[in-house]
Design a protein. Structure first.
Length: 186
């Protein structure tokens, strides 16, 4: 009898340990990730917050401006309609998309395209002082072209163009935030 009791007791302990282990592993994983400094990528540190900004571009409702507005409004930046109301004005001087053949098949048909987005911008204060002189950023992407699936290839290209605009907007906003913070600490 005593041996059965120990066996059933051991099984009970092992079953509880197994159930407890399934609950404990995710908790330990989270603890390890947070202890090593891991954190999800967000909109950035609150030290890099831009209070108010005026966006100026030739195409005021273009897709790049929409990407900027989405990114800035998500970070708490107030977008104002006039340069007189904002301490800084970010101007998109030019936006140029290009597509070129990156590789071909043995039949001399297109296998890959390269998309290139180049954006020129500057940042000025309300007084007209240049904080960031005209600068260019370039983003490039490759994608496979499938002539038998034109709709899919066109959809992939459009998705890549949106991602490229978002990446350029993120890079410019980070550069503006660093410049504004450096100016504030001077």
């Amino acid at each position: 009898m005593r041996i059965r009791w120990l066996q059933s007791g051991n099984c009970f302990v092992l079953r509880n340990f197994h159930a407890m282990g399934r609950r404990l592993i995710p908790i330990l994983g989270c603890l390890i990730l947070t202890s090593c400094g891991f954190q999800l990528r967000g909109t950035g540190d609150s030290a890099f917050r831009i209070a108010a900004l005026h966006l100026a571009a030739e195409d005021a409702r273009g897709e790049l401006i929409v990407a900027f507005e989405r990114n800035l409004s998500g970070s708490g930046t107030q977008l104002v309609g006039s340069s007189d109301l904002a301490p800084w004005t970010m101007s998109i001087l030019s936006e140029r998309f290009s597509r070129r053949v990156a590789s071909t098949t043995k039949d001399i048909s297109v296998a890959k395209y390269e998309l290139i987005l180049q954006v020129r911008f500057n940042l000025t204060t309300r007084d007209g002082k240049l904080l960031i002189p005209p600068a260019s950023l370039i983003v490039e992407r490759l994608y496979d072209y499938d002539p038998s699936n034109l709709v899919g290839s066109d959809a992939e290209e459009e998705l890549l163009r949106q991602e490229m605009r978002t990446e350029i907007a993120d890079s410019i906003i980070r550069r503006i935030a660093v410049t504004i913070n450096n100016q504030a600490t001077m």
